[in-house]
Design a protein around this ligand. Structure first.
Ligand code: GLU
Length: 303
């Protein structure tokens, strides 16, 4: 498969089209991003590493980071994490409070904010230096030390993060947050503020395309755990547009309101796309279009 040629063709086709959508202005710092940025990078099991556009520029990965905190919690605590949250698509927006009451404070899945906040709580209870440990985990996965949280973005989100504060306190009222909500939210906002390039992202997520193993054959998650993370990305990775992503693209993936998308074709590749303008459901407009073209032209998807 000549991925390079396919990517070049799609990039040329998508870059000039109308760039529809809006920036995630609810986080003030994200409203200042250049909305024309557009990057893509692929990392394949057959060793093709190729990028186009702004693929070496860092951006705020936001909810994509929820996959990484989940992987770290899963690696440390195994199946016991599922006592605290579910694995079902929510069909609601990422920051919705609605189901939590009927579900007694058990978030539907780890990728809605409520679920990621519970995972943050789990990590705080089980790691000595949660922020540092998470960062080291990410750096070791990507074999890249130049990755960090953004204090500016975390502070910006914290200054308006009323809904996440509400979510965390609401879950605590059901006994499903063990630590001080302020500490949990501080970790959560830092998690969402991580900045990576498309190149770093696709290299970092490569292990999920490789049955839980890095290129250096280090087993990060078991084969079964890796399959399950991909299954969750497939069913819950795009807020209440996960069905649409499965329908049009057919890859496991996760988006973030910074305009990034990581997508996985198990046993083939990890691909990262970044274009900051979001559609109505909060997913990158051009990112979705790009990946749809990619699985169409390559005639490969997980289905
Ligand atoms: N930090 C964002 C929030 O909590 C993450 C949203 C996202 O990327 O889905 O609102």
């Amino acid at each position: 498969m000549n991925y390079k040629e396919i990517l070049e063709n799609i990039y040329q086709k998508i870059a000039p089209i109308e760039n529809i959508g809006k920036l995630a202005t609810y986080i003030p710092e994200l409203a200042t991003i250049d909305s024309e940025k557009f990057g893509v990078h692929i990392s394949t099991v057959s060793n093709t590493n190729f990028g186009l556009g702004n693929f070496q520029e860092k951006f705020s990965i936001q909810s994509i980071a929820k996959v990484l905190s989940l992987c770290l919690a899963y690696k440390h605590l195994g199946e016991s994490i599922w006592d605290r949250l579910g694995v079902e698509p929510s069909g609601n927006s990422f920051n919705s409070l609605i189901q939590l009451e009927t579900d007694n404070g058990i978030p539907r899945n780890p990728f809605i904010n409520a679920g990621a906040i519970v995972i943050a709580d789990i990590l705080i209870s089980s790691l000595v230096n949660p922020k540092e440990d998470l960062l080291n985990f990410i750096k070791s996965l990507s074999k890249n030390k130049d990755i960090n949280y953004s204090a500016k973005i975390a502070a910006s989100e914290k200054s308006v993060g009323y809904r996440n504060v509400a979510l965390c306190n609401f879950i605590k009222s059901y006994g499903n947050i063990y630590n001080d909500p302020e500490v949990v939210l501080d970790f959560y906002f830092d998690l969402c503020s991580l900045e990576l390039t498309c190149e770093q992202l696709s290299e970092l997520f490569f292990f999920l395309a490789n049955n839980g193993k890095t290129r250096q054959e280090e087993q990060i998650l078991t084969k079964s755990q890796s399959k399950r993370i991909n299954a969750l990305m497939q069913t819950c990775g795009f807020y209440d547009e996960s069905g649409e992503f499965a329908f049009k693209v057919g890859l496991a993936g996760k988006s973030g309101v910074g305009g990034g998308i990581i997508a996985i074709h198990p046993n083939q590749y990890a691909i990262a796309v970044w274009s900051p303008k979001l559609n109505k459901k909060g997913n990158s407009y051009r990112g979705m279009r790009f990946l749809e073209e990619f699985t169409t032209l390559s005639e490969e998807s997980i289905f």
